[in-house]
Design a protein around this ligand. Structure first.
Ligand SMILES: [Cu+2]
Length: 284
């Protein structure tokens, strides 16, 4: 009996601590309104050291969505203007961009200005890490073999930018820099969770960035939220799949070319024209 009540007390304490943790988040979900495009596989056959690491096909990470349209790799953040005077220090742990099997991990990497920034290489051959940042310190260096972590200059200001590898054209990652710590990336089920420690209660605007559906940093789609007791449940944000394909986002310099652009056969004929335009813009 005693044991049972002890177990019950522990379970209750755990439940309470879970609920108090849950109180400290902005939560929500991102999805595509419409049929998610089927991701094409990346063709690494021309580079044997890359292909050798992937017994199974590697889907293009540009749009990672499940059958229900739940969308991963969306960066959700409190809008810059509302966030700039907010409290919050850069996390102590570094933001890490890793390279493994000729792919970047993670594919999208949000970080805070001033946070330590480390680039790793798990492959024992050359990658070139080339940022297309225009506001932040640009970097462009080779990592010729395995590297446990090269610390580079921290980013300084709010910006979304692409990182690419000049050796392997399909390698693409996106970095997002914020001047506050209130951001998150949607997971494969489309959900996200933004910790609110230090965020005063009140009305805020969330912005939603995605490399294909919304990459114009000055014109990101938004949802309004009210944070109360550190908690808010945001309305589900839906990207319109069809509209986005007909009218590609005009990202800031360096954001437009997708990994998929290097492939000859687009998943749908309608996608071909905007992709070509983007390549043309990027080559200027
Ligand atoms: Cu590479």
């Amino acid at each position: 009996m005693k044991l049972k009540s002890a177990v019950a007390a522990i379970a209750m304490a755990a439940a309470l601590s879970l609920s108090s943790l849950a109180l400290a988040d902005i939560t929500g979900k991102v999805s595509i309104d419409g049929k998610p495009p089927k991701a094409a596989d990346i063709d690494m056959s021309g580079v044997k050291e890359c292909a050798a690491q992937h017994p199974d096909p590697v889907p293009d990470p540009t749009v990672v969505a499940d059958d229900k349209g739940n969308l991963a790799n969306v960066i959700v953040a409190i809008k810059k203007d509302e966030g700039k005077d907010l409290p919050g220090e850069a996390p102590k742990e570094p933001a890490v961009l890793d390279q493994k099997g000729c792919m970047y991990e993670p594919h999208v990497l949000p970080m805070m200005a001033g946070q330590d920034f480390v680039v790793k290489n798990q492959d024992d051959f050359l990658h070139n890490v080339h940022s297309l940042s225009t506001i932040n310190p640009a970097f462009n260096f080779g990592q010729p073999t395995k590297d446990e972590g090269k610390k580079i200059e921290p980013m300084k200001a709010a910006e979304y930018f692409r990182v690419k590898c000049d050796v392997h054209p399909w390698m693409s990652a996106y970095v997002a820099v914020f001047e506050h710590p209130f951001f998150a990336v949607s997971k494969e089920d489309g959900t996200y969770k933004i910790p609110t420690a230090g965020l005063p209660d009140g009305d805020y605007t969330l912005t939603f960035w995605h490399e294909k559906y919304a990459s114009d940093a000055d014109n990101l789609p938004t949802e309004k939220i009210t944070v109360k007791g550190g908690k808010a449940e945001a309305p589900e944000h839906k990207f319109k799949a069809e509209a986005a394909m007909a009218e590609p986002a005009k990202g800031a310099a360096g954001q437009a070319v997708l990994a998929a652009d290097t492939k000859p056969a687009p998943a749908c004929p309608a996608c071909a024209v905007p992709k070509l335009e983007k390549v043309a813009q990027a080559s200027k």
